[in-house]
Design a protein around this ligand. Sequence first.
Ligand SMILES: Cc1cc2nc3c(=O)[nH]c(=O)nc-3n(C[C@H](O)[C@H](O)[C@H](O)COP(=O)(O)OP(=O)(O)OC[C@H]3O[C@@H](n4cnc5c(N)ncnc54)[C@H](O)[C@@H]3O)c2cc1C
Length: 580
Amino acid sequence: MISIMYNQEQAWERYASRCNMISTLCDKEGTMGSIDFMNKVYRGVLDQWAFRSYRGPGNLGTVEDLLRRYEELLEEYPPKELEALGGIPDDMIKKMGGMGLFGLSVPEAYGGLGLDLWDQLKIVEAVAGLDMSAALAFLAHLLIGIKGIELFGTEGQKQRYLVPAAAGDMIFSYALTEPKVGSDARHIETKAELSGDGSHYVLNGVKTYITNANYAQGMTVFAQLDPEHPGFMGAFIIETAWDGIIIGADMPKMGLKSSSTAMVRFENVRVPVENLLGKPGYGYTIALTVLNYGRLGLMAASSGVTKRSYHDMRARAQSRIQFGVPIETFPLIQEKIVRARVHGLVMEAMNYFSAGLLEHDTEHNPVIETSHCKLFGTTKAWETLYDALQVAGGSGFISTQPYEKRMRDFRVTTIFEGTTEIHSIYPSLFAIGRIAKEFKTRQRFDKWMYLVKEFVMSFAPMKWELRFDDRTLNKAVRLAQSHARTIRRMLIFGLIEYGKKIGNEEFFLRRISTLSMYCFGLLSVLAKISADRSAGRRSAEDIRLFSYFIEEARTVRSTNRHFFDAKCERLISDIFGALS
Ligand SMILES: Cc1cc2nc3c(=O)[nH]c(=O)nc-3n(C[C@H](O)[C@H](O)[C@H](O)COP(=O)(O)OP(=O)(O)OC[C@H]3O[C@@H](n4cnc5c(N)ncnc54)[C@H](O)[C@@H]3O)c2cc1C
């Protein structure tokens, strides 16, 4: 047995050093401070500090005032007209800048509004509910364009770039994706070579699908620094007016038509060394850290369209009479409305909870939690958009109604900032990478003992100091614990059974990620309700909604707790291999 384990472990080590995704995540995790909320949960530990520090937006006065002014702006520039125009006119961009929209997150010291992450997410939720297309100009700028400078910039870089960025005089893009490289971002081909005198880098390469490209005066661009070591990257602040930067025409898209999306070519662009963010080689970490914010932004946008769709469904279902009664009388219609309301609650709870984990330490990477937010939000919101159109019946298909534009605009959210497929395997790969890292640090016999102990411990009861005077809430606690135990068992099993081939076991990885996502959803809503109760806010309505999510999580558990693939999944490779 020990020799089998030894071979497994050697194989694993070889694999771990080759598998970019896992090794990157391990490195990153190892170099950063971390609450590591879900990783602790898998081990039976509930981080009480994190759980108790749940909060929502606090600065509602400023948020509401901004939103009121933004709604007025959209009355002046109706989204449908912007769509027909295929862009945002300069005077509207100026007005957005004047309102402070490009500086929501920028500290006041650099001319921004200095709103915290919770207030920003509240704004994202509301503006996305109104119209995603126009809002993307400032959302992409804030959440990914300038985020690297906010988090990793030197004082000089912040003074030079954040001040005009906050005023809307310098709009930013985030440029990672390339024509040949999307999901496998570690292998981008854009290169930056340090000049002989060490004064500047020479940047060459092509980026594609870059949001804001034709509005931007600045970009955060990611490039390889060492061809021998993919992933050893630099993150550069560049100015689009520099020589050698060619921005293509906006690409025609199915949605988000007033957002600019274009290709950007860099030909021998001289980038001063002062424009490197962080240290050489730190670029990939910066790229992934920034995406945490983008993912929470997408969850907020998902929450916005879900809530908007919920209200549309309710209004339509009350007013539309069929078979002599309002269609809201029918269970199949009620189901859609209830599901939207429940998922809206869970999205909000997951997002604000993750915001707390992220803001606890700006360099901390709650990758599992933000990945769950992105996946849950975008997929559930997409289902809700589908349901809302369905409830509207034939009228939902007519373009004068809001449904088709909303669906077209939202469709891309399951693709950018990590596709649904990547987020279905990423959290479990991260968690397995974490165990593999601990496994590697142990002596040979100890390694074996470690895995056995971890497996056995996954059956042990968990002692969380979490008791409520409510049966539904206690049921949720027990279910979250069952999820956590199963996940731990599956992680250990995966390491032993699949070893170096674990990356190929995507159905297995997806099952773990799905369980983990629901476990995180349960805990986030529990954290929200606990916080509400502590603050004397009523929770009866939320608990009623939560009871539906608990049953959904129970169903998810029964279909995802299996170690081995289901028959359908096993058939796929056979059938695929035999396709004519
Ligand atoms: C409107 C729009 C705006 C964008 N804005 C930006 C931006 O501002 N900055 C930027 O850098 N990028 C941006 N992007 C790019 C976006 O992030 C990428 O399109 C996305 O990361 C996916 O990459 P890809 O298109 O190359 O797809 P690919 O990586 O080629 O993926 C194709 C398909 O294969 C699947 N796939 C890939 N790997 C795996 C795997 N291991 N297992 C299972 N399935 C897999 C994917 O999930 C997907 O379904 C934007 C894209 C669009 C459409």
